[in-house]
Design a protein around this ligand. Structure first.
Ligand SMILES: C[S@@+](CC[C@H](N)C(=O)[O-])C[C@H]1O[C@@H](n2cnc3c(N)ncnc32)[C@H](O)[C@@H]1O
Length: 324
């Protein structure tokens, strides 16, 4: 925090997010993707208040999200690529808008230790559409910013790979498209969505199985699997459940089988990302962004040997361990 102005910048950090979210929801980026328009033209096309549109466009230009040329505006190259009407980053914008509201309750989270959002199984039951959109946003982020799992030596195998807690399947898709055979294991509601989302992949190399891995373990038919991926699942769980889930994964692997864990460790990178992600987990699920040491400890406690950190661009944190 650099002095008074640094402090004020932090305190008003919500404003940039609000400007981008409003512009996305109003359709400003789509409107300015293919033609340069004046502020009055934008206001008239959007049927919105001209003075406020003018202010919004000025703010967007100051962020570099749109460009001003004389009296006309048009979307930046980034917005043209990623923020056109129907663009997939829209899912990420809406996900963050939900969290922005939740973060305003941080004081109470810290006082009580209780997250703002309902537990995930309850969200799946009471607000399935929002839960599904959240997983779709995660799939977008996995594709755009996640690790290239198909190129990891630890996941190169002719045998079966388990994608445990795989969501709607971004990593299953990447692995199957690279020629691997994958079984995605998910809670029953999510398993239905994953099947829909992966329906275009060859059925003999891509399967979805429903199971609550913490409560029931993995189905016996999956025993003898060659590899497993556990991506962004542990940070939602308390330590005992992390160990239980990893123990179930170990038992499903053949001897010599390897598990890869993908996480954002609290200490994976310098700067605010890890610590803020840790706070995000308190707000969202009551989980934690565990440290690298804690994650390696969970793997050892679950009976894996040789827990190790793999090379990855921070804040991506990749760990691997072997079933003895
Ligand atoms: C944050 S998402 C991660 C999705 C995906 N692996 C990724 O990296 O984008 C966590 C996923 O773990 C699943 N999950 C949580 N607890 C689970 C359990 N006990 N058994 C199976 N899946 C579980 C959730 O349903 C959710 O889809």
């Amino acid at each position: 925090m650099r002095g008074l102005y640094g402090f004020l910048d932090l305190l008003t950090g919500y404003q940039g997010a609000a400007v981008l979210t409003a512009a996305w929801r109003l359709g400003v980026f789509g409107l300015l993707a293919d033609e340069a328009l004046t502020s009055e033209e934008v206001a008239s096309r959007l049927r919105a208040d001209p003075r406020s549109v003018d202010a919004l466009l000025g703010a967007l230009a100051s962020l570099g999200a749109i460009e001003r040329d004389g009296g006309r505006y048009r979307s930046s190259a980034f917005a043209r690529e990623h923020l056109r009407e129907g663009a997939e980053l829209g899912l990420v914008i809406e996900k963050e808008a939900v969290f922005a509201r939740a973060w305003l309750e941080l004081e109470s989270v810290v006082r009580t230790g209780r997250p703002v959002l309902a537990p995930w199984p309850e969200r799946l039951r009471t607000e399935p559409e929002r839960a599904r959109s959240f997983l779709e946003a995660l799939a977008v982020l996995a594709r755009l910013t996640g690790p290239d799992v198909a190129s990891l030596a630890e996941l190169r195998t002719d045998g079966r790979i388990l994608d445990v807690g795989g969501g709607i399947g971004p990593y299953t898709r990447a692995l199957v498209e690279a020629g691997r055979t994958v079984v995605l294991v998910e809670l029953p509601v999510v398993a239905v969505w994953a099947r829909e989302s992966l329906a275009d992949l060859p059925g003999d190399r891509c399967e979805v199985v429903a199971a609550d891995v913490v409560a029931e373990g993995l189905p016996p038919v999956l025993e003898g699997s060659a590899r497993a991926l556990v991506s962004h699942v542990l940070h939602d769980l308390e330590p005992a459940s992390c160990v239980r889930l990893l123990d179930a994964v170990r038992r499903a692997l053949a001897p010599g089988g390897v598990v890869v864990v993908n996480e954002f460790a609290r200490d994976a990178a310098p700067g605010t990302f890890g610590p803020f992600f840790d706070v995000m987990m308190r707000v969202e699920t009551g989980g934690s962004a565990y440290s690298v040491k804690e994650l390696l400890g969970f793997l050892a406690e679950a009976g894996f040997v040789g827990p190790r950190r793999l090379e990855a661009d921070p804040p991506i944190t990749l760990l691997a361990a072997t079933r003895p």
